[in-house]
Design a binder for this molecule. Sequence first.
Ligand SMILES: [Zn+2]
Length: 358
Amino acid sequence: MKALRFHGQKDIRLDSIPTPELTPGSVKILPKFCGICGTDLHEYLEGANLIPKPQHPHPITKETYPLTIGHEFSGIVEEVASDVTNFQKGDRVCVQPIIYDGDCRSCARGLHNCCDKNGFIGLSGWGGGLAEISVVPQSCVKKLPDNVSLEVGALVEPLAVGWHAVDISPYQNSDAALVLGGGPIGLAVVQVLAGRGCQNIIVSEVSSKRREFAKHFGAHHVIDPVAEDIVQRVLELTGGLGADVGFDAAGAQVALDTAFLALKARGTLVNIAVWDKQAKLLMNELVFRERRYMGVATYSLGDFEAVIEAISAGKIVPAGMITKTIALNEVEAEGFRTLIEDKENHVKILVDVGKGLS
Ligand SMILES: [Zn+2]
């Protein structure tokens, strides 16, 4: 079969590799749509970071690159192992790609997303979505209702990140929320907050196009952090108090410097971003206003189901996140390059996995 594999920095190839076989408890899926994630781009430009390097196999999958990429995907079930009863050929599904050992101190507490050996299908091994066939454990497979398209099914993964962030944050119904960064994850947070009826969503984003997307998805106010004073604007928009909760999907020191100041006393800053460098914190702004700072990572059990239900019920309408659809043999030229050169005009680029195989 054909699979798009990472061979090292700026080296991805459409390879012919053996078709993966079913193992007990697994489901064979024909991937249909797969989103390109900022993490994929980061691996391509500066990796391998998360992708295991030769001599350093992933502790669970035991794999190193070259390996198949793509972790935001939907598809159609082709075949199931004899012991799998919840799925059958023809089911429309999406994949929750987290890999965990199930027996570490975090997994023992049900916190599989915080596993000491965590990994991802499409980054750490076990195949990926940018291939003709993917075989994954049945626990990773989530059915899509009839009114959720396969294209939208590929958006469930990034939306689940936003869902989880809001879910474990202290956000409550009447709160004012500040979202730093209007990329796919920031926009996922906006949609989740809007879906929960938040009446004051403020988004800070440099790109004017992404500020438009934020408004489209439910932001009540948008701020250009280059041209405007974020702290001043947030105070104006919150009756002089500051935001109750902040969500950092930017991961930049300049945004963090103002984020605490824009929160009210006892407000919480929720960090979703993955950081390249160690950050500096205005510690006394935490101390003297009793603000809190918390990290969130990916999603936990139930988040995928909750997002799928919210989409099916029309509480989240994410199709507008898809700004371009490309073929499997165009990922480098039309996917990665577009996200590098024209990032501000795009939110999510989907790969139509069945296209570009010949
Ligand atoms: Zn674990």
